[in-house]
Ligand binder design. Structure first.
Ligand code: ADP
Ligand code: F6P
Length: 321
């Protein structure tokens, strides 16, 4: 193997830059040349490649976003589009592709390999933490910490005004981000798409909180489970004396300075990705299970689904008494 290409795809996640840096420096340390592909799979299609050397990735370890830019490119599902991408890679003498991205990007990489046989490795990066076969994705820890910082401020207002707050976090159609945020923010209730709850049940819990002497209650809502303004409206309408407010955290969760955990994961993932390709693996994802780093066949990643932890939901419930 002589040349490797790296791209970032899907929603940006803090730590993508750390992963790019790790891929570039491990490759160069192993005697490989590296190309960066601009704007994810679109750059493969449009032949938008740049040479990367060790200095190209100087001083990006602490920067959110991605220097390679990112985009959603649904046309990549089309096999003719993939054929053109393959041609562009081959013309440059590139032997393998590292894809840094989330669940969708993993599927993109898997189907690209299935249709072309081109060696691929995925580095899981997404604030949603919804990628199967790894406990953590790059950027998730940073997003949780950013949300916590905002919620700690909201808690001041919630307590001072004795209000109920509904805070909406991202996560697409999953509740992984919401659950982690709820545990660490000390929320009374978490609402996630995987376990739908009727508004009557939410109000029953809030009434009980009040009877137990709580002056305020915090609800963490995953965006896939509803709209914060609607839930706050229903609480105000259906619960006597309630003063519910809402806050949608939105895109502040995506960017920003990566935390230690994000930087560490990104650096080791990037290093292991290149080593795996050099060892001859050709369709895999790097991941972490417990405290063990691992390499997983991409087939298992795209065919499996990540489960919500019942234990964590129980902990949120028990901490809310
Ligand atoms: P993320 O990787 O953050 O989950 P998306 O779900 O938007 O983000 O996926 C990123 C990109 O991956 C898509 O815009 C598309 O280019 C590619 N992709 C997603 N699913 C597929 C698929 N089934 N086949 C080919 N490419 C895909
Ligand atoms: O996948 C990351 C994510 O931030 C999701 O949590 C959210 O639903 C989505 O991306 C938003 O996508 P876009 O940046 O395209 O609006």
């Amino acid at each position: 193997m002589k040349r490797i290409a790296v791209l970032t795809s899907g929603g940006d996640a803090s730590g993508m830059n750390c992963a790019i840096r790790a891929v570039v420096r491990t490759s160069i340390a192993s005697g490989l040349q590296v190309y960066g592909v601009m704007r994810g799979f679109l750059g493969l299609y449009e032949n938008d490649f740049i040479h990367l050397n060790s200095r190209s990735v100087s001083s990006i370890i602490n920067k959110g976003g991605t220097i390679l830019r990112t985009i959603r490119f649904p046309e990549f599902k089309n096999t003719d589009v993939q054929k053109k991408c393959l041609k562009n890679l081959k013309e440059k003498g590139i032997d393998a592709l590292v894809v840094i991205g989330g669940d969708g990007s993993s599927r993109g990489a898997f189907y690209f390999h299935s249709n072309t046989d081109f060696p691929v490795c995925v580095i899981p990066a997404s604030i949603d933490n919804d990628v199967c076969c790894t406990d953590f994705t790059i950027g998730f820890d940073t997003a949780v910490n950013t949300a916590l910082e905002a919620i700690d401020r909201i808690r001041d207002t919630a307590t001072s005004h004795e209000r109920i707050f509904v805070v909406e976090v991202m996560g697409r159609e999953h509740g992984f981000l919401a659950i982690e945020v709820a545990i660490a923010a000390g929320a009374e209730i978490v609402l996630i798409p995987e376990r739908p709850v009727f508004i009557e049940e939410v109000i029953r819990i809030l009434q009980k909180d009040k009877e137990m002497g709580k002056v305020s209650s915090l609800i963490i809502l995953a965006e896939g489970a509803g709209k914060a303004h609607e839930i706050a409206r229903q609480i105000n309408e259906k619960m006597e004396g309630a003063e519910a407010r809402y806050s949608v955290l939105g895109y502040i969760q995506r960017g920003g300075v990566p935390t230690y955990q994000t930087r560490y994961l990104a650096t080791v993932f990037g290093n292991h990705a290149v080593k795996g390709l050099l060892d001859g693996l050709d369709c895999f994802m790097v991941g972490i299970k417990g405290s063990n780093f691992c390499k997983i066949p991409l087939k298992d990643v795209v065919s499996g689904s990540k489960e919500i932890s019942e234990e964590k939901l129980k902990i949120i419930e028990q901490m809310a008494i």
